[in-house]
Design a protein around this ligand. Structure first.
Ligand code: 5AD
Ligand code: SF4
Length: 433
């Protein structure tokens, strides 16, 4: 295909922040090859899909796109690329549809791989560096995702990730610190450390520091920034993590601790190596150690054979933990996982939906009860954007706060003090002070 001056690419990351972060590195490579980024797949010359294998619905969305892309692809106007989390089962079926499919770890070889498709590209062989060495083109000028590890060794029976992202491997702490230092220099204010199990950081390498020490070293850097992390696993949630969060003001007192279920039988069947009691003990320790902490969780409803009684254990767990946020999901069978092989996906979709709706109602209650006491207080907000007729930002707990100020006030990416005036599920309305 003959390329003209307007060679463009569109990145479509599905799912979690890790995929968005991977998308930023794919963008860096395509940019270096002379393509420019566009915000829509309508006329792009390259579409790069960073896929998510967590739920079937995300996979279905990718298939659906070929109704739109097929003609331009056949006419040689569009190159489609697939990377990210893809299960072997889906890879077999998706590969014939895409022009190029590659593992994200092979990203440095993307220019070479593209050269082998029909598209004319110039290959710069010096680009063959390690995946994490690629300096991402970030989507935001104030919020940055920093992967600290990849993969997952936990093999929860429902989950695709160990099959798509391979074994846990930690990035070197020296490299992470270097990346964070340069982010702070560039003025980034909200730094998110990413990994499937961030608190297993360093466990694959005896010479590495622990996750708590990594956070300690980052939070000890000079600068005006917030530090967060996603997501820990209850199994390795040690006291030093609580202690380091409590000690450093820069580490946001916000923790997402995935419970997945509140019932011990279901947890066992999920291969989650803790009990409800142990989970609640960790939550108690967190609340005692970090007084102003905001908690969230991940919960799956309708896992194979989940009874009403077992589901009600998740409801009571949610009430007891008093979360501010929960990422609830209806169980989706993933081909190739232990659950797909051994158990039956036998909870009716309507019933799964009902259970999820019920958890959302509990969450609205706990959020409102928790946050009502903050009305009237002045909170520090990192301002994100102007939307419709007001500004939006987030506080330390990652809760959205909206307030009025002129559209041209240049507040994007700055910290502001806002008096919280009203609370509604999952957001505050406030006033600039
Ligand atoms: N079905 C539904 N939700 C899932 N998750 C992982 N695998 C599945 C699945 N097969 C959820 C878990 C996990 C989050 C990232 O996605 O709650 O914590
Ligand atoms: Fe999936 Fe479990 Fe690993 Fe999380 S810990 S990525 S849910 S296998």
């Amino acid at each position: 295909m003959q390329m003209n001056d307007t060679k463009t690419y569109y990145i479509w990351p599905l799912g979690c922040q890790t995929n968005k972060s991977d998308g930023e590195r794919v963008a860096a490579i395509l940019d270096k090859m002379g393509y420019s980024r566009v915000d829509s797949d309508d006329n792009a010359n390259i579409v790069a899909v960073v896929a998510c294998a967590i739920r079937q619905s995300a996979v279905d969305r990718i298939y659906g796109k070929f109704r739109k892309w097929g003609k331009r692809q056949r006419d040689g106007e569009l190159i489609t690329i697939l990377t990210g989390c893809v299960l072997p089962h889906d890879k077999k079926r998706l590969t014939p549809k895409f022009d190029l499919v590659f593992d994200i770890e092979d990203l440095p070889k993307l220019p070479l791989m593209l050269a082998q498709t029909s598209m004319e590209v110039t290959v710069d062989r010096r680009d063959q560096m390690e995946y994490f060495d690629i300096k991402p083109i970030r989507n935001s000028s104030f919020r940055a995702w920093v992967p600290i590890m990849k993969g997952c060794d936990k093999f929860c029976t429902y989950c695709a990730v160990p099959y798509t992202r391979g074994r846990e491997r930690s990035r070197s702490s020296a490299e992470i610190l270097k990346e964070v230092e340069s982010l702070i220099d560039e003025g980034y204010k909200d730094i998110h450390l990413l990994g499937q199990n961030v608190n297993s950081y360093g466990m694959d390498n005896y010479n590495e520091i622990t996750f708590a020490e990594l956070m300690n070293q980052i939070a000890s850097l000079d600068g005006n920034f917030w530090l967060r992390f996603h997501a820990p696993h209850p199994r390795d949630f040690t006291a030093d993590v609580i202690e380091v969060i409590a000690r450093h003001e820069k580490i946001c007192s916000q923790i997402n601790l995935p419970a997945q279920s509140g019932n011990n039988q279901v947890l066992r069947k999920m291969n989650r190596p803790y009990t409800r009691e142990k989970y609640l003990e960790i939550i108690r320790d967190i609340k005692a150690g970090i007084p102003n902490v905001s908690l969230s969780t991940d919960i799956i409803v309708g896992f194979c054979d989940e009874t009403e009684e077992q589901f009600l254990d998740s409801v009571s767990l949610m009430k007891e933990c008093e979360y501010d946020m929960a990422f609830t999901a209806q169980y989706s069978m993933r081909p190739g996982t232990v659950a797909a092989r051994r158990f039956e996906d036998n909870i009716d979709p309507d019933e799964k939906r009902r259970r999820e709706d019920e958890l959302t109602k509990v969450l609205e209650q706990t959020f409102t009860a928790n946050q009502q006491k903050n009305v009237g207080k002045v909170d520090r907000i990192l301002v994100e954007k102007y939307s419709k007729d007001h500004w939006l930002g987030r506080n330390e707990h990652f809760i959205t706060v909206e307030f009025n100020a002129p559209e041209d006030a240049q507040l994007r990416g700055t910290f502001q003090n806002i008096e919280l005036q009203k609370v509604a599920p999952f957001r505050f309305t406030g006033k600039l002070v």
